[in-house]
Design a protein around this ligand. Sequence first.
Ligand SMILES: [Zn+2]
Ligand SMILES: [Zn+2]
Length: 125
Amino acid sequence: MRRETKQRKAILKVLRNTRAHPTADWIYEEVKKEIPNISKGTVYRNLQVLQEEGAITELNLNGTLSRFEAKHDSHYHFRCEQCGRVFDLDVPVNNELDERVAKRTGFKVSNHQTEFRGLCKDCQQ
Ligand SMILES: [Zn+2]
Ligand SMILES: [Zn+2]
């Protein structure tokens, strides 16, 4: 197996095994357990490639530190303003919104991302 393929597979595996929407640094620490000599730059570069290939999604709304996740059904997110955790929301995505924007602007809409903000349950205590 080509080295890049092996690295990319390891990164994808890490992302598929978590719902925590990790940062690139966290992913790097996890991948290092499998490929000890991998560099941070390599992980960053592969994250970029995986995103271009559509295998993962980068969440970088509102200029906050980028979080990554393996591609699965589209969903909304909630980001806790205190602990910084990002949660998947079990709220149906409003696909009608894409059509509405497309109709109004003439743009071709592929999807939309929404991030809700506030305090998670742990941080409310
Ligand atoms: Zn919190
Ligand atoms: Zn998510």
